[in-house]
Design a protein around this ligand. Structure first.
Ligand code: GDP
Ligand code: ZN
Length: 307
């Protein structure tokens, strides 16, 4: 028996089974031994797992451990009731919107950005359908550049801007999220014909099978890298961000919030608040600040709904 460790990439979870990509192709695996005890419910897409020889006759291998993770996107639950991991080892979360049809919902975009920030995963904004409203697309992107985010103005229809975006996806490990209809599948199909379609099939299957909002599946990109498709990522709440943590999930607020007069400043109406001063001075976009206020209220008033 070979001494070299056999590892694989978890592509999807289907009940108690995992689809795992290995050097020799895709296999099915189940948790075994210590991994079964310790990692139950903790193995997620994007995880690199250690595999045993498995049962060749059944075509099922055992997962005996998880390799150390670079990061973990998780849905945190309040009051220490345990976090729900979604995907591991991400280079970046791409928040996708359309310039129009459907109209952008800044508050949803800011919510998705904040979730990724809370998990310390870099975020970028993709504005698709730019040909429908070039000026609106640019204004939207400007707001996020002010927040220090990389922005990609693209049109899956005309092809504008796609190469710059695809160069960021190839060879990397990314998660795409955004409201339905913004053009995620269309973008994936331009990146790699058939990709968006497959993504959708897998996620529908998992959604039906598990009746959950957090199941996710991975699609490898030809030539390297992969993408995570997360059904329902946009429907969940703020994943247990503490109200006092929220401002630091808005990168453009980090520097001013250090200078607020009161250390427990909520950046609403307190005197000597450097955040509201930065909003007045145009260094923080008004819409982003409005999203902060709405999300803060949500966190303060309805913690139970996070479950
Ligand atoms: P998803 O739900 O985010 O995966 O969105 P889809 O990829 O299914 O796209 C939703 C609709 O928007 C489809 O009718 C697409 O043809 C259309 N669409 C996608 N990209 C563009 C674009 O760049 N411009 C325009 N005008 N329509 C687009
Ligand atoms: Zn303040």
């Amino acid at each position: 028996m070979s001494e070299t460790k056999r590892t694989g990439l978890v592509l999807a979870r289907e009940g108690g089974r995992f689809r795992v990509a290995t050097g020799e192709g895709e296999i099915v695996a189940v948790l075994r031994g210590k991994a079964r005890r310790d990692a139950h419910d903790r193995v997620v897409v994007g995880d690199r797992v250690v595999l045993d020889e498995g049962d060749a006759a059944l075509g099922i291998a055992g997962i005996t451990g998880i390799e150390p993770r670079r990061n973990l996107l998780e849905r945190r639950t309040p009051r220490g009731r345990g976090n729900r991991p979604v995907a591991a080892n991400l280079d970046r979360v791409f928040v996708v919107t359309a310039a129009a049809d459907p109209p952008p919902v800044p508050q949803l975009l800011d919510r998705l950005c904040a979730i990724a920030e809370a998990n310390e995963i870099p975020v970028a904004l993709v504005v698709n359908k730019t040909e429908l409203d070039p000026a609106g697309a640019e204004a939207l992107a400007a707001r996020y550049r002010l927040a220090s985010y990389a922005t990609y103005l693209v049109s899956a229809r005309s092809g504008d801007g796609l190469e710059r975006l695809f160069a960021e996806l190839r060879g990397r490990e990314s998660l795409l999220t955004g409201a339905s209809g913004v053009g995620k599948s269309s973008l994936l199909n331009r990146l790699q014909p058939g990709l968006g379609l497959r993504t959708r099939e897998v996620s529908e299957r998992i959604r039906r099978g598990r009746n959950t909002t957090v199941a996710a599946a991975i699609v490898p990109i030809d030539g390297g890298g992969w993408l995570v498709d997360t059904p329902g990522f946009s429907e969940v709440g703020l994943w247990g961000i503490e109200p006092r943590e929220l401002a630091s999930c808005f990168p453009e607020m980090r520097e001013p919030l250090e200078r607020c007069k009161f250390p427990d400043c909520t950046h609403r109406t307190e005197p000597g608040c450097a955040v509201t001063q930065a909003v007045a001075a145009g260094r923080i976009a008004g819409e982003r600040y409005q999203s902060y206020l709405v999300l803060l209220e949500e966190l303060r008033s309805a913690p139970e709904e996070w479950e």
